[in-house]
Design a protein around this ligand. Structure first.
Ligand code: ADP
Ligand code: MG
Length: 261
């Protein structure tokens, strides 16, 4: 059975893309078949996976979603790129912003991505969707297509308002469009182990949300090595295999796998 995970937080820079790439490649290293889907017009996942100019790509998620909208079938494997580190991925670029606007006039606009994923997910153990920093129609499509949501939260300030809004949106999608949707958990990212501040924030998030939302045991430490991977186009496991961020994502991968059992 395939599990579809949306990695979402409408705040930018919290580690969504980094988490998709390194959890996805972590799961592939554990023998799982993984498809990463970039649902973000910024194209940063494509860049993180070695595509220097995503805006120059001919085929992206946009073409695939347009096919669904026009009732056409995608060719098998169309738009799916095989990556050297063992995952498949579908990139996106700036054209996704235009598609989001165009969706307003489309029938069943919330379910376009789900319709597509239903046609390919039997090939995979995990599909991980990298959401854009907004709660617009593309993110709604991701939530409708997903079984669970992983919420990266930067341990730098208490994100009460934004998180409440996100949890509310997830609840709404759950009630109206996707009764199978659940919150997998909050993942604390960019945790600066040298400061008490990050520890205070972690404690506060546990206090405020811990009884409603699962919080992953493992958090992702802050390290410049993680920031470097984006430019390198490879995962943290190749860039800094013995570092704390590789350790963090390896442990998160194990936690996600344990949850499957
Ligand atoms: P989002 O997708 O939520 O916008 P990103 O994954 O792109 O967030 O991360 C935002 C920035 O922070 C990027 O430059 C990335 O390289 C950097 N970053 C991500 N995780 C870490 C980390 N654990 N430590 C330091 N920098 C990080
Ligand atoms: Mg991103």
């Amino acid at each position: 059975m395939c599990r579809v995970i949306a990695v979402a937080n409408q705040k930018g820079g919290v580690g969504k893309t980094t988490t998709c790439v390194n959890l996805g490649i972590g799961l592939a290293r554990a023998g799982k078949k993984v498809l990463l889907v970039e649902a973000d017009a910024q194209g940063s996942m494509a860049v993180s996976l070695g595509i220097a100019e995503p805006d120059e790509l001919d085929v992206t998620l946009v073409n695939i979603m347009e096919k669904v909208i026009n009732d056409e079938d995608a060719e098998p494997g169309e738009g799916i790129i095989h990556h050297g580190e063992g995952i498949d991925f579908i990139p996106a670029n700036i054209e996704l912003a235009g598609l989001e606007t165009a969706l307003v006039n489309v029938m069943s606009r919330e379910t376009i991505l789900r319709q597509y994923l239903n046609s390919v997910k039997r090939e995979y153990d995990f599909v991980i969707i990298d959401c854009m920093p907004s709660l617009g129609m593309i993110t709604i499509n991701a939530l409708v297509a997903a079984d669970s949501v992983l919420i990266p939260v930067e341990a730098a300030y208490l994100p009460v308002k934004g998180l409440q809004q996100l949890i509310k949106t997830i609840g709404r999608v759950h009630r109206k469009l996707n009764p199978a949707l659940n919150i997998m958990g909050i993942l604390l990212t960019k945790v600066d182990r040298r400061t008490n501040f990050a520890r205070d924030i972690s404690a506060q998030i546990r206090e405020v949300y811990g009884n409603r939302v699962h919080i992953f045991e493992n958090c992702i430490p802050l390290s410049v090595k993680a920031a470097e991977t984006t430019a390198e186009g490879k995962s943290i496991y190749l860039h800094d295999p013995k570092g704390i961020v590789a350790g963090g994502y390896h442990s998160l991968t194990q936690e996600v796998l344990a949850d499957e059992k």
